[in-house]
Design a protein around this ligand. Structure first.
Ligand code: 5GP
Length: 190
């Protein structure tokens, strides 16, 4: 999506020797709602024919983009909550996720009442890097007996293995901007 690529080129900041892209001026701290609206429309163009019944994301950065996309899909939007607690009561589906940006492992959880067998779930997130966040969400949908129709992410760092691994497993992964490489001197898109 050219609009997003142009914005990343203009306002993205590269950190940690070219491994982390900071987009907090328009995506995950200050938010450009007009851009989110175009991204939501694009996710609907890509997945609107898939009979999606729920959108599922993970707090916090995925929530805004999923909500705006949800207005196009006209289905409930669920966000998985993050918890460091190991003891979680029986009313939730839960999966461990290794955090790329913060290190360590946290659990994601969704109350059982919000996902049912037969649900056709589209996963939404801001970034795809190693794929741990999406794999946690995939596990939750599987526990509920639902089906993952695919994942829509705003930015895929294609030089990390998550996207390829998930596509090899047969999941449809659509990224609105796919970065093949980045360094202090610039960003290349696939
Ligand atoms: P993964 O689980 O695919 O390794 O990483 C996905 C999560 O890590 C995303 O939800 C996002 O919050 C965070 N993340 C991964 N890479 C980046 C990055 O380069 N920049 C930012 N801002 N967040 C990232």
């Amino acid at each position: 999506m050219k609009l997003l690529e142009d914005r990343i080129r203009r306002d993205g900041k590269i950190r940690e020797n070219g491994t982390i892209l900071k987009v907090d001026s328009f995506l995950n701290h200050q938010m450009d709602v007009a851009l989110f609206n175009q991204m939501g429309k694009e996710f609907f163009r890509l997945f609107g024919g898939e009979g999606v019944t729920k959108l599922l994301t993970v707090e916090a950065s995925g929530i805004a983009v999923a909500c705006i996309a949800g207005q196009y899909f006209d289905v409930p939007v669920i966000f998985a909550k993050k918890s460091k607690t190991k003891n979680i009561d029986g009313g939730v589906y839960t999966a461990p996720v290794e955090s790329f940006t913060h290190g360590g492992v946290y659990n994601v959880m969704v109350a059982k009442e919000f996902l049912q067998p037969g649900d056709r779930v589209l996963l939404i997130d801001d970034f795809l890097a190693n794929g741990a966040a999406l794999e946690g969400l995939i596990s939750i949908v599987a526990q509920a007996g639902g089906e993952v129709v695919g994942a829509g992410v705003c930015i895929e760092k294609a030089f990390q293995p998550g996207g390829e691994r998930l596509r090899e497993k047969g999941f449809r992964i659509e990224a609105l901007a796919r970065i093949s490489s980045m360094s202090e001197t610039g960003i290349e898109f696939c």
